[in-house]
Design a protein around this ligand. Structure first.
Ligand SMILES: [Zn+2]
Length: 684
């Protein structure tokens, strides 16, 4: 072993507690050599499987594939998490280099003819192999993955496909780095005391904190959702709201070096070509094939059903807001930068409810506790904080999750505060996934969020949206941590994309139960629990502004689907296309897409949610219908139902077809009306 590898933590077994990554010893210089060895080892392993002289069987082909690539998994698990949660210029340079290499590496495996011949041979004999259901499913999915990666193509087509995949990876990395740069560099300074007009004290403090973090004087608003949305809500300075809003929705479209429009155009053209090479009419057809929805038509069916209801509701809401403006003696027409401000006022008037009254009850630490406690009551798991596990940033907290019988189940890392080195948004990810091919390997899971931190010594206060986000991401985390399968490729959140939001979204429902709120929504100063009357008001106001929320979401989902339903995107102008689709929908002028195209990272930072942003709504049909099962029993913690939810959903990974998994939990298929009732579009 040479000097460099001797010192590289990725080449050692980790003797940290639970084998967690030794972040205190990992430095940027370790990644290039670790990736180099990871790729080389994996290539050698794949070559050995493909060249195995014995005839293919499940163990020497599928199990061997599942076991391959351990060094690559180890380094990738750390690297891809850091580039999202705590990056720097050095890591970004490595990312630009490694992401196309990784794409090329996996594309080559997917197109390895000798390897595919073995998988194909097994697949042809699947009924005679005597496989248990999980092994059968893993073989089916592996076979499909090869076919979808181009294993059946001729040599010239394979070369073209590989070039496309590699180029797409490069473009996706540039897309997200551009958004991150715009977000880090965009600040709206609040210079004069009157610029703070209307802002509650906690928001002033957060704006000061955001300035301090950037080495600036005074107060700034950034485009982080947890700052910009409350600013738009509370600020009474209309020109500043307009300026902040324009900066927020203009991310990725500045016209300078970080402009993403040309990148989007190239990505769309390449995706369409990739789908055609693989025998699909459009990229949407290709991406939807392995999902629960299966076809663009099924997705459009759901979106078309909800869009007119959402738009009609939004028009009613708009009228109320305009009326409020008139009542205040103003004559201007409601603009997109006004919606949040006036809707908060109208909500307060209609439901006698205002954010300032609620916020002191939603303390970050107590809501984290609530998310843990809900898991304890549903699944019997318990948590204890660990201070002996290395982390990648001092803000990161670590807990161990234990099963009912005290058995270790998982490590959970919580990384809650915004900082310039973190991309925006909230997500769950894993440093290590669960499987049983190498002993009982338990997962290490992280939730990354972007809350504006309270000043030193004060509790960080959340909005209801923020609190829901904690429950949402923790639902994903539980999906990873409760996983109980044999094969890593189907473990945890490795399920169909439009099913993966079900465990996270259904979990949000428990936050809003009076039972959880009365125990964990505790006033930061008085220590009093949220009064029952306030909880009732919160419940009553739940469907307020659902027209707006549904329109901004559905518009993003529809634009995403239409971009990818193009048979060819040769010389597309993404901005004009976005405009045309929205015009065709009759998009209300006062509402923007939740994510506009030039910063739509779900869809363009990688393949992840391309032709897939609809998935949240698809999963919402499941979560609305699934939670109503609990309500029907009269006990939102009903033990029998919770046990089926754990077994068939949270622990099951991709062991089953998602529609079957849902039926096993619910006893029947989901009913779309549950979603329409949840959003208040149908009466209960
Ligand atoms: Zn999610």
């Amino acid at each position: 072993m040479d000097q460099a590898s001797a010192a590289n933590p990725f080449f050692e077994a980790w003797d940290t507690p639970f084998g967690a990554p030794p972040f205190d010893r990992i430095a940027a210089e370790h990644f290039r050599p670790a990736f180099a060895r990871g790729f080389a080892d994996h290539e050698a392993e794949i070559a050995a499987i493909a060249a195995d002289p014995s005839p293919p069987d499940f163990e020497n082909t599928i199990t061997a594939l599942e076991r391959s690539g351990t060094v690559l998994d180890k380094v990738g698990g750390v690297f891809w998490n850091l580039t999202g949660a705590h990056t720097n210029e050095e890591l970004q340079a490595i990312e630009r280099e490694i992401s196309p290499k990784a794409a090329k590496h996996f594309a080559a495996i997917g197109m390895n003819a000798a390897l595919f011949a073995r998988v194909d041979d097994l697949f042809a004999r699947i009924d005679s192999l005597g496989l248990d259901p999980e092994r059968r499913r893993v073989l089916e999915l592996t076979h499909k993955r090869f076919v979808r990666a181009g294993a059946r193509l001729g040599e010239a087509e394979k070369a073209r496909l590989a070039a496309i995949v590699e180029r797409l990876a490069q473009l996706g990395t540039r897309f997200s780095q551009n958004v991150l740069a715009d977000e880090a560099n965009t600040v709206i300074p609040l210079k004069a005391p009157e610029d703070l007009a209307g802002l509650p004290e906690w928001l002033v403090a957060a704006a000061r904190e955001a300035a301090t973090e950037r080495g600036l004087e005074g107060h700034v608003i950034t485009t982080s959702r947890s700052l910009i949305e409350p600013f738009l809500q509370f600020s009474t300075v209309r020109p500043l709201r307009e300026k902040a809003y324009a900066a927020w929705i203009g991310r990725g479209e500045s016209g300078g070096a970080t402009d993403n429009r040309a990148i989007v155009a190239e990505m769309l053209a390449l995706r369409a070509e990739r789908a055609r090479l693989l025998g699909f009419r459009t990229f949407a057809d290709y991406k939807l094939e392995p999902t629960m929805a299966k076809t663009p038509e099924a997705v459009r069916g759901l979106l078309d059903r909800i869009w007119p209801m959402a738009r009609a509701r939004a028009a009613e809401e708009r009228e109320l807001l305009q009326q409020r403006i008139r009542e205040e003696g103003d004559a201007f027409v409601l603009g997109p930068h006004d919606w949040r401000h006036y809707s908060a006022k109208v909500r307060a008037a209609l439901h006698a409810l205002d954010e300032a009254e609620i916020k002191p009850y939603l303390q970050l630490d107590r809501i984290i506790e609530a998310s843990f406690d809900t898991a304890t009551r549903l699944f019997g798991v318990t948590f204890r904080e660990r201070r002996d596990v290395p982390t990648y940033h001092p803000d990161v907290r670590v807990w161990e999750m234990l099963d009912r019988d005290g058995r270790h189940l998982a490590l959970f890392l919580g990384d809650y505060f915004a900082r310039p080195s973190k991309r925006s948004g909230a997500w769950m990810s894993a440093f290590r996934s669960q499987h049983k091919l190498d002993g009982d390997v338990r997962p290490i899971v992280v939730n990354v969020l972007n809350f504006a931190r309270a000043p030193e010594g004060r509790p960080t206060l959340l909005s209801f949206d923020d609190a829901r986000t904690i429950f949402h991401e923790f639902g994903h985390a539980l999906h990873g941590m409760l996983s109980d399968v044999t094969f890593g490729s189907i473990s945890g959140t490795s399920v169909a994309r439009d099913f993966v939001e079900f465990p996270s979204q259904v979990y949000e429902h428990w936050l809003m139960t009076p039972d959880v709120l009365s125990r964990f929504a505790v006033h930061a100063e008085t220590g009093e629990p949220m009064p029952a009357a306030l909880i009732e008001k919160v419940q009553a106001a739940r469907n307020f502004n659902q027209g707006f929320a549904t329109v901004e979401y559905a518009a993003s989902a529809i634009v995403d689907m239409e971009f990818h339903a193009l048979e060819s995107a040769g010389d597309i102008d993404p901005a004009a296309f976005e405009r045309d689709v929205l015009a065709g929908l009759g998009m209300p002028a006062e509402i923007a897409m939740r994510h506009r195209t030039p910063h739509f990272t779900h869809v363009f930072s990688g393949d992840g949610y391309s032709a897939g942003y609809y998935s949240y709504l698809w999963s919402e049909v499941l979560d609305a219908d699934g939670f109503s099962a609990f309500e029907e029993t009269g006990d939102v913690f009903d033990p029998a139902l919770a046990s089926r939810l754990r077994e068939h959903v949270y622990a099951a990974g991709g062991r089953q077809d998602p529609a079957e998994a849902y039926r096993a939990f619910r006893g029947r298929d989901p009913d779309v009306d549950a979603l329409l009732r949840k959003r208040g579009f149908l009466s209960a």
